[in-house]
Each structure stands twice: as structure tokens, then as C-alpha cells.
Ligand binder design. Structure first.
Ligand code: H2U
Ligand code: ZN
Length: 345
């Protein structure tokens, strides 16, 4: 045993089988870089120039309907295409390539241009949860060649989001992504060895310790994982092993909506800003048979570290060596736990 609040150490991420470096003693060092004020968020409820607002024309020429809840459309600039014939380049083992097929969609969370998930009433977020579930099921059923449906959101200009209108994306693919490949292998190995999911065992231990739990309700727990890399990274874990968002019953979906609301509100409250992040769900693969080792969860990866504008850079040692963090997961969890449950202003 050693003092994890003082001594530099490595932590292990059992979901990906990767290590990270924790340098808790550095959290006390003075910051001499620039600190800017967050730009004021003064968006109108409806923006006639926004390509996601109801009734507006998108860049490709299609017109959005006058939607009232969520609205889903095929990405006009998809990263993946459906009509690609399967082929591989095997001329040299060091120059491997394989074609990839997929479907990209955009989900508008709300017609309100000035909102984010943190502003939305829980009952409206519940409609987003239903849309995530429905889209996953429909895409998988209509396209038996898909093996994975990745639901995600890039929020904020800092994360490269192209538009502040509340929206997320879906990329459904013929093959597993890198992260899914790692998590699939780790969860499968754990389930085969122990007969329970990796995340149910992990969650039980976090429930005993409490120190990294931010929020919990009957069906979901929001926690800063022991192996978090980003300063305020969190994991949303279903309290019971469920594989797909669509497998959640009414109460499980309501509780997921509340968990999403709670974490996004607390994020905004930390630096009194619209907190940027990338988030996404890891559900079980589709069209791939029984997947009892998969345990539904969501990751939130926010870059902010010290203020509304000072972000953590994943550079230098992180790129050449191992990801590293200064404030510990436990400190970050305490910060998030103490935030108000209503959004500031
Ligand atoms: P991001 O903000 O996370 O980049 O998502 C916006 C997506 O919306 C992006 O992938 C698409 C972009 O291709 N898009 C359209 O499909 N139609 C448009 O008119 C503009 C942007
Ligand atoms: Zn808009």
C-alpha cells in the first residue's frame, strides 16, 4: 500500500488493458499560463443560419422538418459509405488495408438552438434516450452486415463540434472500432473467468468504497473511474448488466436520462461554463449473437482542467509514452459531487 494522494503511480484500466500515469503531487503546482474568460453564451432559441434548427435548409440542400422533439437524418458528409465492395490489400504484410462500410447519422436532441443536454428537462432527455435505442435497433435490423452502432456526442468548439445546436452522431460500422475491440476482449476474458460482467464486479467495489461515486439512482451510477485519464472523466454504468440501451425498461431509461442530466449540469457548474466533452455509449455489438459479457455504459471525456478555458493537453509524454493526469480521480469525484444539482444561472 502507498498514499495515492502523494506518490506518483501507475493505474490500470481493465476495460482496455492499458495503463496511465498519475502524478498527484503536481496538482499543487502554480499555473502561469493564460486564463481567459469563457465567451458568454448568448444563442437565440432559433437561429435562421443554423443547419440543425427546425425548418432550415442544410448544406446539402435538404430541409429540416419543423421537428418538436428529436430529429435524425443521414449525415450529408458521411465518413463511411454503404456501397463499398469488400476488398483487402495484402501485397505486403506491413501495408495492410481493408475496406470499411458504415452508416453515419446526426441526431438533433432538441429544436432549441440555445440548449444543451444540461439545459434540457429530464423528460426531453428521455426522448433522446429513446432515439438512441430506436436508432441502434433499426440500423442493426435493417443492415445485417453491421456489427457495431456507436452513439456519441462531440460537444463544444473545443472538441471540434461544428455547431452549438444540441446534437450527437451515430456511426454504425461493419467492423469493430479500436476501443470496442479492446473492451470486447477485456469483458469477454473477465466474464469467462468469473461468470459475472467486469463492470458489475467493478461497480460493486465502487459502491463499497463510495469515494469515486458522483451520483446514483436505482438503475444508473455516475462515477469517476479509478483509471480516469481526463481530469473530469466519468463513466455511467448500468447498475445491472444490460447489453443495449434498447434493453432498458421505462424506469431504466428515465434513470439514464436523469444521470445524463445530472452529470452535464454538474459539469457546467464546475467552471460556470458550457462544459465541452466527447461522450458516447458502449453497447454490445449487433448482429453478433449472444453477448453476455457486455455491460452497457457511457464514457464522458471532457478536456477542461482548471477553468472555462484552460484545458488538458494530451501531448508530449502522453503521445510518446502513457497518458498522465495530475488531480486524482478521487479529487475530481469530490469536486463533481459537491456541485449543485441545478444548472447555474
Ligand atoms: P459535429 O458537430 O460533431 O461535427 O457533427 C455535425 C455533423 O453534421 C458533421 O458530421 C454534419 C457534419 O458532416 N452535417 C450535415 O450532415 N449536414 C449539414 O448541413 C452540416 C453538417
Ligand atoms: Zn439551431
Amino acid at each position: 500500500m502507498f498514499d495515492t494522494n502523494e506518490v506518483p503511480h501507475r493505474r490500470f484500466n481493465p476495460l482496455t488493458n492499458e495503463w496511465l500515469l498519475v502524478s498527484p503531487h503536481r496538482a499543487k503546482r502554480p499555473w502561469q499560463g493564460q486564463v481567459e474568460d469563457a465567451p458568454p453564451d448568448t444563442r437565440p432559441q432559433y437561429d435562421p443560419t443554423c443547419y440543425l434548427c427546425p425548418g432550415n435548409e442544410r448544406i446539402g440542400g435538404n430541409k429540416n422538418p419543423d421537428y418538436k422533439g428529436t430529429f435524425v437524418f443521414d449525415n450529408d458528409f458521411p465518413a463511411l459509405l454503404t456501397d463499398v465492395e469488400s476488398a483487402e490489400d495484402t501485397r505486403h504484410p506491413l501495408l495492410k488495408a481493408h475496406t470499411e462500410r458504415g452508416i453515419c447519422r446526426v441526431i438533433c436532441f432538441s429544436p432549441r438552438h440555445d440548449w444543451t443536454l444540461a439545459h434540457m428537462p429530464v423528460k426531453d432527455i428521455r426522448r433522446v434516450v429513446d432515439t438512441w435505442a430506436q436508432e441502434t435497433t433499426t440500423l442493426a435490423t435493417e443492415n445485417p452486415w453491421l456489427t457495431y452502432v456507436q452513439v456519441f456526442e462531440n460537444k463544444g468548439a473545443m472538441m471540434g463540434a461544428s455547431n452549438p445546436h444540441p446534437h450527437g452522431q451515430i456511426w454504425a460500422t461493419e467492423h469493430f472500432s479500436q476501443e470496442v475491440t479492446k473492451e470486447d476482449a477485456a469483458q469477454k476474458a473477465y466474464f469467462e473467468a468469473h461468470g459475472v460482467t467486469l463492470l458489475s464486479e467493478y461497480l460493486a467495489e465502487e459502491q463499497r468504497r463510495q469515494e469515486r461515486i458522483v451520483f446514483a439512482n436505482a438503475h444508473w451510477t455516475v462515477l469517476v473511474p479509478f483509471w480516469a485519464v481526463w481530469p473530469f472523466e466519468v463513466l455511467l454504468v448500468a447498475n445491472h448488466p444490460v447489453q443495449m440501451i434498447a434493453d432498458l425498461d421505462d424506469a431504466g431509461r428515465d434513470d439514464l436520462a436523469e444521470a445524463v442530466s445530472q452529470i452535464t449540469i454538474r459539469y457546467d457548474n464546475i467552471f460556470k461554463t458550457s462544459f465541452p466533452y466527447s461522450m458516447g455509449f458502449h453497447q454490445a455489438p449487433v448482429n453478433s449473437g449472444e453477448q453476455p459479457h457486455w455491460h452497457l455504459h457511457a464514457h464522458f471525456y471532457p478536456p477542461l482542467l482548471r477553468s472555462a478555458t484552460v484545458k488538458k493537453f494530451m501531448v508530449g509524454y502522453e503521445m510518446l509514452g502513457t497518458p498522465q493526469r495530475d488531480i486524482t480521480a478521487e479529487t475530481a469525484a469530490a469536486r463533481l459531487r459537491e456541485q449543485a444539482t441545478e444548472r447555474f444561472a
